[in-house]
Design a protein around this ligand. Sequence first.
Ligand code: NI
Ligand code: MN
Length: 225
Amino acid sequence: MKITFYGHACIGIEVNDTHILVDPFISGNPKASHIDIHSLKADFILLTHAHQDHILDVEAIAKRTEAVIVSNYEIASHYGNKGFNFHPMNHGGSWDFEFGTVKYVIAHHTSSFPDGSYGGQPGGFVIEGEHKNIYIAGDTALTMDMKLIPMRTKLDLAILPIGSNFTMDVEDAIIASDFIQCDKILGYHFDTFGYIEINHDEAKRKFFDKGKDLMLLEIGAFVEL
Ligand code: NI
Ligand code: MN
């Protein structure tokens, strides 16, 4: 499993030969100006919620790639009504896709589309594929529901928001990593705007001091599990 950071909350996942893109917000992110949305591969686009900083490039990418848009019922149907391929889910449900199993799990946040219309309830994803298990938390507060994840899934990596203001901060992400019983964390949802700027060295040291590993990837860089 190869995991690429495309800036903000956008993650690319390669499992076998399948390309999964999560929360594409690239063309609106000046820090990701070296990433070309017209050359990104996508067989599936997973969306945690409907906020602009998670869906901006969905239509451009899905139109070209014919990717299947996977999200909560409201978001998936929104794109289905526009003619895109879609797969609706809801909290607690799993589906076996060609690349592995996806479970849509609880996130504490909001989820309106940019025009204010209802974007269902926000979520995160637990993805099991190629004998590796990852958790993408989406935008969320620290929540007790995270404790449910390791009861079903032993995680190899968790992708957690750490920028504060709209989501968890570093300290809460450390507690989250205890809740999900995963000490290998990839941080996201930081630095994109002034509200969520963080001190990288301090964040990494706080994780290190608790015996945990916080990875912060350059935009376009990847890790392999
Ligand atoms: Ni959000
Ligand atoms: Mn966000």
